[in-house]
Design a protein around this ligand. Structure first.
Ligand code: UN1
Length: 497
């Protein structure tokens, strides 16, 4: 079934002003068109921003618990429709169904968490140094937020941004990836049905190349939340900083798993498969490097290769599929280029390395799960984000060497260590320079109740998700109120009782 998708601006479902369209295609079967979507231009963005800007003063004055209740209603609705929405994620993005459902579950978790934030959003009250005076800090919304989201978590990542932004009192213009627009539209439909007033949440479809920058730098946009490549995130951040806009970016990763000589190797192999080939390696948290202690290097590599040889590529909707397609032709080409680079750099291609077109994979963008061994730390395949099913195995002389290798990249999102030694895990926990560190678990699968984001070129601005230092910081600013009820002029630092 092909859906006719529209923009949602000021409470109305409408086509793009000039009627241009794009198609959303199933990456596992390119003969399956999922949606025809508006290919919006600048005037559509203008209309959406003007709606969000007009409604801001009304929305920010609705009590936060009431705003939260709408998000909680959306949580219930997402939950009821989980199967349908998860299936759509798989059809539109390609990840296997269990992960498609997980994508929706992450949005549900976030909706419950952020909906409840409506009853917290707390600041501080502290005593004043002067009599008959009180002092407090409060969180206030920022204004109109532009949200630019990627295709790899078509429901979860928009939910990470939209829910905390709305509960905090901001209005939103949401531009989802043009590769997963139907999933994005379903999320907006649900929020509208849950009761978000017209104009508060606006959806504009189109390509990042054509409207992304225009949206982010628009004079009436107060804040930007972006998830995507480091190149684009840094470019937007530079532009926004000169325009006095708030911006937070969640960007690339070159995440690694350390496997120590005392690790439970079966568990480490499972973790390397889940982190390296889950979501076909298309997570910013994907484990694209495995750094193995020299004493178990050969053993681990054999076990890992054997397990990878059993992975079945296919359409994610089929129960037997372990690994789905990559998102599109250009990503497929980029990944294949990296495989060529790895070979030229002298890494040893152990398994995979090519496209796969057999059986159900005939009409999709499939690449065999690929392992490179004997990878040296300075090779491009060990330094650059590939965002595909390609894992580099690197030998380390010990824990210190392994940590040095993990940290010696420009990214710092996620890392993991497999060890049975509590001292090893403590040192790793202390010295790994990443926003997320896993002990005896893979690099993927962060839960939503703590901040999500990375160091160095993985993140800019505030972290996402819950907990202290999470997304509520991204979507609010602090205001400090001093109230003097003494009826006389009192001077801080000067008047002494
Ligand atoms: C991403 O790939 O951009 O921790 C997000 C994880 C998921 C989120 C990934 N919960 O792997």
């Amino acid at each position: 079934m092909t859906e006719k998708i529209k923009n949602f601006i000021n409470g109305k479902w409408i086509d793009s002003a000039d009627g241009k369209t794009l198609k959303s295609i199933n990456p596992a079967d390119t003969s399956d068109t999922i949606g025809i979507i508006p290919r919006s231009g600048q005037s559509d963005i203008d209309a959406a921003i003007s709606a969000a800007s007009n409604l801001y003063n009304k929305w920010r004055l609705i009590p936060a618990p009431k705003r939260g209740e709408i998000i909680l209603r959306a949580a219930e609705m997402l939950n009821k429709r989980k199967q349908e929405l998860g299936t759509l994620v798989t059809r539109e993005m390609g990840k296997v169904l269990a992960e498609g459902l997980g994508d929706v579950q992450e949005a549900i978790d976030m909706a419950y968490y952020m909906g409840s934030e409506g009853r917290r959003l707390s600041g501080e009250t502290v005593p004043s140094e002067l009599p008959n005076k009180d002092c407090k800090s409060i969180r206030v919304p920022i204004g109109v937020f532009a949200m630019i989201t990627p295709w790899n978590f078509p429901t979860a990542i928009p939910a990470w941004k939209i829910f905390p932004a709305l509960v905090s009192g901001n209005t939103v213009v949401f531009k989802p990836s043009s590769y997963t627009p139907v999933c994005a539209t379903k999320l907006v439909e649900i929020l509208v049905e849950a009761g978000i007033p017209d104009g508060v949440l606006n959806l504009v479809h189109g390509t990042g190349e054509e409207i992304g920058e225009y949206l982010a730098t628009h004079p009436k946009v107060d804040g930007v939340s972006f998830t995507g490549s480091t190149a684009i995130g840094e470019k937007l951040a530079k532009m926004c900083s000169t325009l006095d806009k708030e911006i937070s970016c969640e960007m690339g990763g070159k995440n690694a798993i350390i496997v120590m000589d005392d690790a439970m190797l079966d568990l480490a192999v499972e973790g390397a498969i889940w982190g390296g080939f889950g979501t076909t390696g298309q997570r910013c948290t994907a484990a694209s490097r495995v750094v193995v202690h020299e004493a178990v290097y050969n053993k681990f590599l054999n076990m890992f290769t054997k397990a990878v040889s059993k992975l079945r590529l296919g359409n994610g909707l089929l129960k037997i599929t372990d690994v789905g397609p990559v998102i599109n032709k250009s990503q497929m080409q980029k990944i294949l280029n990296y495989i060529e680079i790895g070979k030229k750099e002298g890494a040893k291609l152990v398994i995979g390395g090519t496209t796969y077109k057999k059986g159900v994979c005939a009409n999709g963008y499939f690449i065999e799960p690929t392992i490179f061994a004997n990878v040296k730390q300075k090779m491009r395949i060990a330094q650059e984000e590939i965002f595909g099913p390609v894992v580099s195995v690197i030998k380390a002389h010990g824990l210190e060497d392994a940590i040095r290798i993990v940290n010696d990249v420009k990214y710092g999102l996620s890392s993991a260590i497999y060890t049975q030694d509590v001292n090893n895990s403590a040192v790793a926990e202390r010295d790994l320079d990443t926003g997320l560190v896993y002990i005896n678990a893979s690099t993927i699968g962060a839960e939503i109740q703590l901040p999500f984001g990375g160091t160095k070129k993985s993140g800019l601005g505030h972290r996402e998700a819950g907990g202290r230092g999470g997304a509520i910081d991204m979507f609010t600013k602090w205001k400090v109120i001093y109230r003097d009820f003494s009826g006389r002029l009192q001077k801080a630092q000067i008047d002494k009782e």
